[in-house]
Design a protein around this ligand. Structure first.
Ligand SMILES: Cc1cc2nc3c(=O)[nH]c(=O)nc-3n(C[C@H](O)[C@H](O)[C@H](O)COP(=O)(O)OP(=O)(O)OC[C@H]3O[C@@H](n4cnc5c(N)ncnc54)[C@H](O)[C@@H]3O)c2cc1C
Length: 461
């Protein structure tokens, strides 16, 4: 009998398995997709260039990710933010400087550089300040125990802004955090104010989670972890059922295999857990929680140019503001700036609409928007890639999951509770940096520790 079976070979499941192996435990990892990595996946475009279809940035407070990257000997480099970005507002794209202190900016930009009236800037700053005070009051580990949690969990973030009479400019930063902040992929009318504030309490944008990149792409991390685990990782093996009895557990796969083990770590996005049949079944509150925790909607866009031409006249590739399709563009070129790579995202309801369009129309929309932001050269990429995470059968969306209003305060206690021998991992389970690579690692480490502690307890008995 194995010590553990891990379901899901995303970053979180791979880290869990690695920790268990390092502690001398026997472990097998079952992965539904043809390759490991989940939301951490790269595509090799040419022998010298790989791009990340999933996550790619790390932050300076991502301590576990930093340690892992260093241990694997991968090369980090700072994201390129030197120079001016573009802020698009009322059909005008204006060059603007970035602010040094995120809290004093409007969406990263120095407010004085933006095409807003003094009244609009003052009001946007006041709304931001109110939001910051609220975030400071939220318990990142147990948001449902925060002051006023019940009231905050029943009002949508959109209604909260309406209640303040917020102008379009004042709404923009919060809308951006919902749609494309790292916990994003949702519109503000789809979540409670408690949830939006919690995303910033647990995974703060002010700590700049997009500070650095990896030469060769972040996807290498998952590739390396999977290669190190070798024959313990089984790709193309969806788990379909988990049975438990007094002697142990068994994980059944779609092709009829049965893996006996002492413990199971389920390292899947919450909505994907609904595809597993549990015997004994999940308690009603955990089953209900999973139904109320859908994935965000996200399309990642990568436009590749011979060189980062926008840098020639001091522009840094960062575009934000009112959107046609893209919520942002950012320079993700290698340090040599050859080739030049702009990454972008289509998020939330726009992503769902984009997903219904024919590929030729999608391409035309992207080219027109890139050109409108960065000039005619931007309309002539040597490669243009877009990846719709909503169409990924084993992920179902991105960046992460969001609970519908009322979920935190009704089902919070069910969030991390194990189900007998089943322990939960995945970035959505993290106490710090949920939604990010960092959260995936922390949740994986916590799950491995829980399995080991459980085993040691039962050996002492
Ligand atoms: C476009 C995009 C951009 C992002 N940008 C960043 C970024 O810049 N920085 C950052 O830190 N984070 C970013 N993220 C988030 C980050 O990628 C995720 O938080 C992290 O990779 C999640 O890892 P995970 O292991 O928790 O989940 P996943 O990667 O989703 O892994 C779950 C695995 O389970 C598998 N699976 C599903 N069902 C079954 C089943 N029944 N049986 C077996 N296997 C199953 C899936 O195929 C998948 O491999 C981004 C994500 C996306 C998609």
């Amino acid at each position: 009998m194995l010590d553990a079976v891990v379901v899901g070979a995303g970053l979180s499941g791979l880290v869990t398995a690695r920790q268990l192996q390092a502690a001398g435990r026997t472990v097998q990892v079952l992965e539904a997709a043809p390759t490991a990595g989940g939301r951490m996946r790269r595509r090799q475009l040419t022998p010298g260039l790989a791009v990340d279809l999933g996550g790619q940035w790390g932050g300076d407070t991502h301590s576990r990710l930093l340690a892992l990257v260093d241990e694997l000997g991968l090369e980090r480099f700072a994201s390129h933010y030197d120079g001016e970005g573009l802020f698009r507002w009322q059909n005008e794209a204006r060059r603007a400087r970035l602010g040094a202190d995120f809290d004093a900016t409007l969406l990263f930009f120095d407010p004085d550089d933006l095409p807003l009236s003094a009244d609009e800037r003052r009001e946007a700053a006041a709304v931001e300040e109110q939001f910051r005070r609220l975030v400071a009051s939220i318990d990142p580990e147990e948001p449902w125990r925060s002051p006023d949690a019940a009231a905050l969990d029943t009002i949508t973030a959109d209604a909260w802004l309406q209640g303040l009479g917020a102008s379009a400019a004042a709404r923009l930063p919060l809308q951006w955090l919902g749609r494309v902040g790292g916990s994003g992929g949702f519109e503000l009318h789809q979540v409670s104010m408690l949830h939006l504030a919690w995303t910033q309490a647990a995974s703060p944008q002010r700590e700049v989670p997009e500070a650095w990149l990896l030469r060769g792409g972040a996807g290498q991390v998952a590739e390396r972890l999977a290669a190190d685990l070798g024959a313990a990782v089984h790709c193309g093996c969806p788990a379909v059922a988990i049975h438990q009895d007094s002697d142990g557990a068994a994980v059944m796969t779609a092709d009829g295999d049965r893996h006996r083990c002492q413990a199971v770590v389920v390292a899947l996005p919450p909505s994907q857990r609904q595809r597993l049949q549990f015997d004994p079944p999940l308690p009603a509150d955990q089953a209900a929680l999973q139904q109320r925790w859908p994935m965000g909607a996200m399309v990642k866009v990568l436009a590749v140019y011979p060189r980062a031409f926008w840098r020639d006249d001091g522009r840094n590739g960062l575009a934000l503001g009112e959107r046609a399709w893209l919520e942002l563009t950012a320079d993700t070129s290698p340090p040599e700036a050859e080739p030049g790579v702009l990454a972008g995202f289509i998020a939330a309801d726009r992503a769902l609409a984009f997903g219904t369009m024919a590929p030729a129309a999608q391409r035309a929309c992207l080219l027109a928007e890139l050109e409108s932001l960065w000039g005619p050269e931007a309309g002539q990429p040597i490669d243009l890639i877009w990846h719709d995470w909503g169409a990924e059968p084993w992920t179902g969306g991105a960046f992460t999951a969001f609970p519908v209003p009322g979920t935190w305060t009704t089902f919070g206690d069910a969030w991390r509770r194990p189900h007998g021998r089943v322990v939960w991992a995945g970035t959505e389970m993290a106490r710090r940096w949920p939604g990010y690579f960092e959260g995936a690692i922390r949740a994986g480490e916590a799950a491995a520790a829980a399995v080991i502690a459980r085993q040691e307890r039962s050996m002492r008995r």
